[in-house]
Unconditional design. Sequence first.
Length: 386
Amino acid sequence: MSSSARSLRNRGTFLPAVAFGLIALASSSAQSIDAAGARANALALEQRGDNAGAEQAWQTIAKAEPHNVEALAHLGLLEARQEQLEKAIDYYRQAIALNPKLPGLQMNLGLALFKAAQFPDAIRMFSAEIKQHPGDQRLTILLGMSHYGLKDYLVAIPYLRRAADHDPENVTLRMALARSCLLSEQYPCVIEVHREIKSLDSKVAEADILAAEALDAQKDRDAAVVLVEAAVKANPEGEDVHFALGYLLWTKGRWAEAAREVKAELQRDPQNLQARIYLADAQVQQGDFATPLQELQKLVASDPSQPLVHLDLGMIAAKNGHKDDAIREFKMATQSAPENADVHMRVAKQLESLGRTEEARLERERASRMPQPGYPSLLDILESSD
């Protein structure tokens, strides 16, 4: 074959190959441009607040590129924005499995876990992050509140204390700290934080109630009463302050004063369940059996688990000579509060008045084996009304 023929043959095979290569390169470039355009579109939709459009755009990218960490991370963010926390957590975890070092990813997962009340996993995320950012205020707060959510109050206190010290004007942080101190029985801490809160805002009624609870727990009920009386004078419209004072007076047997304060609370909040219960009981304790009867019947119909309601109905039944009804109500009272020594002691007293001395003796024995005092904590009562 001549050199010219060989040249023509080579040229004939080479040119199509070159053309194919150029076409493939052009196709690859077009795909790259499409991917870049899809990403830009998804980001633009996200920035405009079009969550549905952005989610669809990122899902298209994720389907085309299942290992695209950025798409998974943004899908997690969009689900979190829409409070679809379980979906957000799933996307974030998929992204972390592919690239745990992507900036902000573990923090976003931690936030979603925190909002979903999955506190142990949230703590793991935040603990890893705070090692990278020691002293970070946001992480310190989140760790404190995560432990608070787990009821690990003693663990929460140091985080919340550091966060509060870093933000000296923040009343909300100090309230969380005061609650943690109270719920972990760190009563001097409650009193100290109460002073800090009052120096920032003298009208924070809940702070007074927490401090009164701490004083009451330390057997200083008189000081607790004085503190809440001052709170009522300073802020008579404060939430729960009248009830708190009324309850403390009730525990001291000052029935008329207790009734007055609880009535004031009911003027502020007519549907306050605990206020209704303690007003009725204060009236019964003063020998007024007629006035609260209808209210007690309504209360027991709506919630048969309240021991004081059964006690009062039993006392009224006994007064009216209906002994069987009285015994039934007293038994229901102890069944509703099996660990409350005060309820058992009061039932024993009423059983004795009916001549049921052996049953009364057994109730006193039960009460003697229970922690004293038998009164529920003020905080427990307030929270049961929420």
